[in-house]
Design a protein around this ligand. Structure first.
Ligand code: PGA
Length: 248
């Protein structure tokens, strides 16, 4: 049985004080959640949010990490820095990072290795653009992204990785993939993992859906057998909305 995982991706929203207020509101609303709950917050919010989360079941996540251990990478943050702040999860390869910050399948792979080497679990994002979707390239694109992301990652590290399938055309647009379409693509991702690692790891790995998931559609998405959670952007910025998704 895979334990569902619902993670908020706050993106570039909430100052440290605003972040503290949000998680303080959120904690009592999700205290009975049966899924794993994570908030992936901006770097500058991590320390205060960690403090505010003490004694709650909400886990702390970051939204990016650099692949190098340290060095001349102005403006970047290493996995060991996140580790010291007790960050448990990090989102890697979000489509906005790929689109605006030049991330490639290769940097995504290097970042996954850096996070795991520092004991941080990974939420790795894959997903197709609208154009690729319309040209029926979804399967090709997500399969390639999955294969490249997992290059040289040993089987025993798979339990430290969650995959988020996020069709780019559904992110922040209010358009959601139908549960059936999401299920189909996620099944293909699972088959790709099966080809790479065999049956048991492919059945064990958790795969989230992301892209305009909200209190209204969470239940039907979560009802699909292959969907093991969600990566939630817009709806994670209000405690009540996020709690409704978590308590789907
Ligand atoms: P959204 O974002 O829920 O606002 O569509 C999801 C994401 O980008 O992770």
């Amino acid at each position: 049985m895979r334990k569902p995982i619902i993670a908020g991706n706050w993106k570039m929203n909430k100052t440290p004080e605003e972040a503290k207020t949000l998680v303080t509101e959120l904690a009592p609303l999700v205290k009975d959640a049966t899924c794993e709950v994570v908030v992936c917050v901006p770097f500058v919010d991590l320390a205060l949010v960690k403090k505010a989360l003490k004694g709650t079941k909400i886990k702390l996540g970051a939204q990016n990490v650099h692949w190098a251990e340290s060095g001349a990478f102005t403006g970047e943050i290493s996995a060991s820095m996140l580790k010291e702040l007790k960050v448990e999860y990090v989102i890697i390869g979000h489509s906005e990072r790929r689109q605006y910050f030049g991330e490639t399948d290769q940097t995504v792979n290097a970042k996954i290795k850096a996070a795991i080497a520092n004991g941080i679990k990974v939420i790795v994002c894959v997903g197709e653009t609208l154009e690729q979707h319309e040209q029926d390239e979804t399967i090709t694109v997500v399969s390639r992204q999955t294969i490249e992301a997992f290059k040289d990652i040993p089987k025993e590290d798979l339990k430290k990785i969650v995959i988020a399938y996020e069709p780019i055309w559904a992110i922040g647009t209010g358009k959601t993939s139908s549960p059936e379409d999401a299920e189909e693509t996620i099944s293909v991702i699972r088959k790709t993992i099966k080809k790479l690692y065999g049956s048991a790891p492919s059945e064990a790995i958790r795969i989230q859906y992301g892209g305009s998931m909200n209190p209204k559609n969470a239940k039907e998405l979560m009802a699909m057998p292959s969907i093991d959670g969600g990566l939630i952007g817009g709806a994670s910025l209000k405690a009540e909305d996020f709690a409704k998704v978590v308590n789907y």
